[in-house]
Design a protein around this ligand. Structure first.
Ligand SMILES: [Zn+2]
Length: 65
């Protein structure tokens, strides 16, 4: 399995989106995510670090794009 990284709001919202450099729409997704969590502490971390206590909101955000 390859090393998957995510953008995550780990302190306040406990949500994340997966970073996928091969997907052109992913950039929009990341921007939308960062916009929603403006002023929060957003970090880039490995998926394995957050998947147990954060929620993947990628699918939800894709519907808004
Ligand atoms: Zn947040």
């Amino acid at each position: 399995m390859s090393f998957v990284r995510v953008r995550a709001c780990i302190l306040r919202c406990k949500e994340y989106v997966i970073i996928n450099p091969n997907d052109p729409n992913n950039q929009k997704l990341i921007k939308l995510f960062e916009g929603k969590h403006r002023g929060h502490a957003i970090v880039s971390v490995a998926l394995s670090e957050v998947k147990d206590y954060c929620k993947n909101v990628g699918k939800q955000l894709k519907e808004e794009i």
